[in-house]
Design a protein around this ligand. Structure first.
Ligand SMILES: C[S@@+](CC[C@H](N)C(=O)[O-])C[C@H]1O[C@@H](n2cnc3c(N)ncnc32)[C@H](O)[C@@H]1O
Length: 497
């Protein structure tokens, strides 16, 4: 595909090539050995043993059902449309607030025509009045009660979803402001929602430590609140609006860039402090580029490709239009990048603002395609009520049944998003996998959890299936186009025509 170079690409071609060069095998080994050590994963190894790059291998035996690894997120986000369904910590993605608040927000958004998985009846999250969104959370602020009520007056008058039986506005109001406590909801205690330290009303946390970690890692640059460290909050809002209106994967790419900038600034600060303490010591190579490469390291290990080259052609695009489709995708990424640049540009990290790097970051998410899922506590709550002994259940259902009817089929929507998990992203695919990503009841945050599907012996590669492995050979290969490869697992080898 013919591509014109942007000025940053011309100026920084060497630095960009260094950032995108696959790290040397020894560095890969050292990084993953350290990561596994930090995560207490003594029975697995990351090795580069077969034709398709890195893979995860058992370094001990695992039995069926045993936990193989838990993998915290490197960068992750809840889908914008899912924010209407679940209130979760913006850093670890566990449910926060209370069962009543979770349900109240959902009913409230339903009442203004915003529903699960569908955004706001054709509009996007950002298009919904900010005041309306605040209404779901503002009861947590000291002076909020009145505002909540006013917002509801203003916003909760639209019609509810067709099939659901709405509850009165006062019920929604009291669920959100703590006035109504549902039976047995104390069996499902949730951490209180902590506001963003930057003052935006979009990020909430389960703890101060999550708020601080997110702030340090990326949110300080992506916060739209008054203490934001972005260059322009207005430009940032435009970037976010564009991402919500087109593809929210741009928000994740922005997180990856901010994560790298924040790490770069910290490394530089430490380096300058060291220099001040000991000016005569001849430091190692600490040019801006070497610091940038170090800051980028955790992202450098991810399997990558340019987004517009690796994205599968959608079914509704005619193959003869492929070139113009890919050009359009590239243009879309460029528009997003220019908006992001206006909001958070950092001269010392300029190569990160090239389209080449932006395209590879988005491509990394596309090729690894790792879902972030946290099971719904609201679903657990209603299942608990359903399992109560008959008499007690009847009594509880006097209150819970109308609420369940109002929620309708959407009552059990999980927290859904996209994330990059450093270890899970090293796991290769097999159509007869020996492990799967599976959340147990106790796995209540966004970490990836990998469980053995059968006995796995020491030395065996641990594989998961990226697709439904029960499909036919042809269907499986077609599904794997989305991941950019033709499967060479033993099952495909046997079944290929
Ligand atoms: C999520 S990554 C897995 C880790 C990867 N091997 C690495 O080096 O980072 C997915 C990529 O690994 C390769 N891969 C994984 N499973 C494969 C398989 N069964 N057959 C062929 N290639 C596979 C493909 O290149 C795919 O795009």
């Amino acid at each position: 595909m013919a591509e014109t170079l942007c000025p940053i690409e011309e100026k920084w071609s060497g630095a960009i090539a260094s950032l995108l060069r696959p790290p040397p095998p020894l560095q890969v080994q050292e990084y993953f050995d350290q990561l596994l050590f930090d995560r207490n994963c003594s029975r697995i190894k990351v090795k580069q043993e077969n034709d398709f790059g890195k893979g995860v291998y058992a370094d001990g035996d695992f039995e069926e059902g045993e936990l193989i690894l838990k993998d915290p997120i490197l960068v992750g986000m809840q889908h914008s449309s899912n924010k209407f369904d679940c209130l979760v910590c913006s850093f670890c993605f566990r449910f926060i607030g209370s069962i009543e608040l979770q349900i109240g927000r959902k009913l409230y958004f339903q009442s203004i025509g915003v529903s699960a998985n569908g955004g706001c009846d054709g509009e996007t999250f950002s298009a919904v009045s900010k005041d309306c969104y605040d209404a779901g959370l503002s009861h947590m602020e000291e002076d909020s009660h009145l505002r909540t009520h006013e917002n509801l007056e203003n916003c909760a008058s639209s019609s509810s979803s067709k099939d659901n039986i709405p509850v009165p506005k006062e019920v929604v109001d009291s669920l959100m402001n703590g006035g109504l406590v549902l039976p047995y909801s104390t069996e499902f205690p949730l951490p209180s929602a902590i506001s963003c330290p930057g003052g935006c009303k979009e990020a909430f946390y389960c703890s101060k430590s999550c708020a601080e970690a997110d702030w340090k890692l990326s949110h300080s640059l992506l916060c739209t609140g008054e203490r934001s460290k972005s260059l322009s909050r207005e430009a940032l809002s435009k970037f976010i609006q564009h991402a919500n209106g087109t593809n929210d994967i741009f928000l994740l790419a922005a997180k990856a860039i901010c994560f790298t900038i924040s790490r770069y600034r910290k490394l530089k600060e430490d380096y300058l402090k060291e220099q001040e303490k000991c000016p005569s010591a001849n430091a190692l190579d600490c040019s801006d580029l070497s610091l940038l490469l170090e800051a980028w390291k955790p992202i450098s290990f991810g399997h990558k490709g340019r987004w517009w080259d690796c994205i599968a052609l959608p079914d509704d695009v005619d193959p003869s239009d492929e070139a113009s489709f890919r050009m359009e995708i590239r243009e879309l990424a460029n528009t997003s990048l220019q908006l992001l640049k206006a909001a958070i540009f950092d001269k010392e990290c300029e190569p990160l603002f090239s389209l080449e790097i932006y395209g590879h970051i988005i491509g990394m998410f596309e090729l690894n395609n790792l879902d972030l899922v946290v099971a719904s506590l609201v679903e657990d709550y209603f299942l608990y009520i359903d399992d109560l002994p008959e008499l007690i259940k009847k009594e509880a259902e006097i209150i819970t049944r109308p609420i369940l009817d109002a929620l309708g089929d959407d009552y059990s929507v999980c927290c859904e998003g996209t994330a990059f998990f450093p270890l899970q992203s090293c796991m290769n695919h097999s159509c007869c996998p020996n492990a799967k990503a599976f959340k147990r009841e106790k796995d209540i945050d966004g970490q990836a959890t990998i469980i053995a599907l059968r006995h796995i012996g020491k030395g065996e590669e641990v594989t998961i299936s990226y697709i439904d492995e029960d499909l036919t050979y042809e269907e499986r290969q077609a599904s794997l186009v989305d991941y950019g490869f033709e499967c060479k697992c033993s099952k495909c080898f046997e079944e290929q025509p």
